[in-house]
Design a protein. Sequence first.
Length: 270
Amino acid sequence: MKPAPIYMAFALFTSSIACAGTMGSIPEPQRFYIEIGSGISFANQANPSVDLAYWSASTQGYNNSLKPKPLYTAGLGYTINDGLNIDVNYTFRGLYAYSKFQSGVSPSSVQNPLGARIRYMNLSSNAALFNASLDGGIYPALVYAMGNHGSIQPFVGAGLGVSYNTFSNFHTILASSSDDIVVNTSIATSAIPDQTKASLAYQFNAGLEWKYERFSFDVGYRYFNAGQYTSNNYLLTSMSTGTPVTTTVSSPWTGTLSANELFFTAKAAF
């Protein structure tokens, strides 16, 4: 007589337990990981807001491009499941360099000297952000929308945190212009002490992740918004006339710093 199905199921269950005992328990997945990364940051144009009562208008205005700079990232993360990761990281970005030629204007002021000049400054942003990311393995709908390529998965993510934006090395140099050729005279007329402002920052990113055992490697694109920067409101003047340097209170430069970035990140689980 054939054994009843319930007895067959029980026998199969007990035999599987016995086999599992001989093979050892299944190890827990490694959830925590460290990450390091690098990339290049293409800052969007600096369009500082200035008070024309202190900084007179010029034909060329104040908007200008910022030179791209490298970035470096380090952080600690946790894998919640196969497709959801969270991490906290810190990103250091190099000094974005700004320079702007301006021709003479009228009327002149202490902050805006008569005659042609070049204004220089640097901007930097070092940010600590909390991030979350999803890859194509978390939900069937996401796999369908993003594609599934085995060990290579697309991912999307976002982050929120604080950025420390530094306005530094501001100085004005007298210049001359002829046939669109600008000559720097190296005569400094004014400067502003450095200033750092903490601001709310956020980012969005997308890319591809390749996994190999305990390691994974990300390449992607990121939009980063560092929030507002501001200059100091103390201005050093009379720097090249042979008279003692004077300090005056003026209206600060303000603006928003954002960038489009390409990045590479390496992760190791432990």
